[in-house]
Design a protein around this ligand. Structure first.
Ligand SMILES: [Zn+2]
Length: 178
C-alpha cells in the first residue's frame, strides 16, 4: 500500500495550503495554554467544514489522567459538537506527532485527515516509530501531513523542557522524561 504512505510530506513542503497554517496557529495557541499550566505544551484543534469544532491541550497532570492528551480532548469535544463519534469529515491539527494512543483514537474516530507540526522520535505513531493511521491492516486510514509549523511547535517544547531544567517554571507532576 505504498501509495497510502507516500502522502506523508516532509517539513520543507511548500504545498501546505494556507488554511493548514492558520489552523495550526490555533493548535499552537492551545499548546501555549498547556505551557502556562506547567503541562507539556501540546495543543490540538479539530476542523469541520472550515470551522474549529473542538479544541484541546495536554492536561495529563491537571486531570491526573494518562489519556488527557491534546488530541483526545479535542476529538471528544468535536464528537460532542457533531453529536456523533464519527469524525470522518474532519481534520485534526496537532502541534506534536500523535502517540500510539491518539493514533488509535484517530483510527477509531475515522478522522479524515491529520496535520501535525513537530515529529516525535520517542512516541510518534504517524510516521516516525509507527504509522498506525495509514496501516492497511486496520479498518481506516487517514490522510497525513507532517511538519506544518513544526519548528515553532518544537521550539515551544524545547523551551518548556529548558525552563523545567533551569527551574524557571514549575512543571506539574515532577520531571519524568517525556
Ligand atoms: Zn497522545
Amino acid at each position: 500500500m505504498s501509495t497510502e504512505t507516500n502522502n506523508l510530506r516532509g517539513p520543507t513542503s511548500a504545498l501546505n495550503p494556507p488554511d493548514d497554517s492558520a489552523f495550526m496557529r490555533a493548535a499552537l495557541k492551545e499548546a501555549i495554554s498547556a505551557y502556562e499550566k506547567g503541562e507539556v505544551p501540546v495543543g490540538a484543534v479539530v476542523v469541520h467544514e472550515g470551522r474549529i469544532i473542538g479544541r484541546g491541550h495536554n492536561l495529563r497532570e491537571t486531570l491526573n489522567d494518562p489519556t488527557a492528551h491534546a488530541e483526545m480532548l479535542a476529538m471528544t469535544a468535536a464528537s460532542e459538537a457533531r453529536g456523533q463519534w464519527r469524525l470522518d469529515e474532519c481534520t485534526l491539527y496537532v502541534t506534536l506527532e500523535p502517540c500510539p494512543m491518539c493514533a488509535g483514537a484517530i483510527v477509531n474516530g475515522r478522522v479524515k485527515r491529520v496535520v501535525y507540526g513537530a515529529s516525535d522520535p520517542k512516541a510518534g505513531a504517524c510516521g516516525t516509530l509507527f504509522n498506525l493511521v495509514q496501516d492497511a491492516r486496520l479498518n481506516h486510514r487517514a490522510e497525513l501531513e507532517a511538519g506544518v509549523l513544526g519548528e515553532e511547535a518544537g521550539e515551544l517544547l524545547k523551551s518548556f523542557f529548558r525552563e523545567c531544567r533551569e527551574g524557571t517554571i514549575a512543571r506539574r507532576g515532577g520531571k519524568d522524561p517525556e
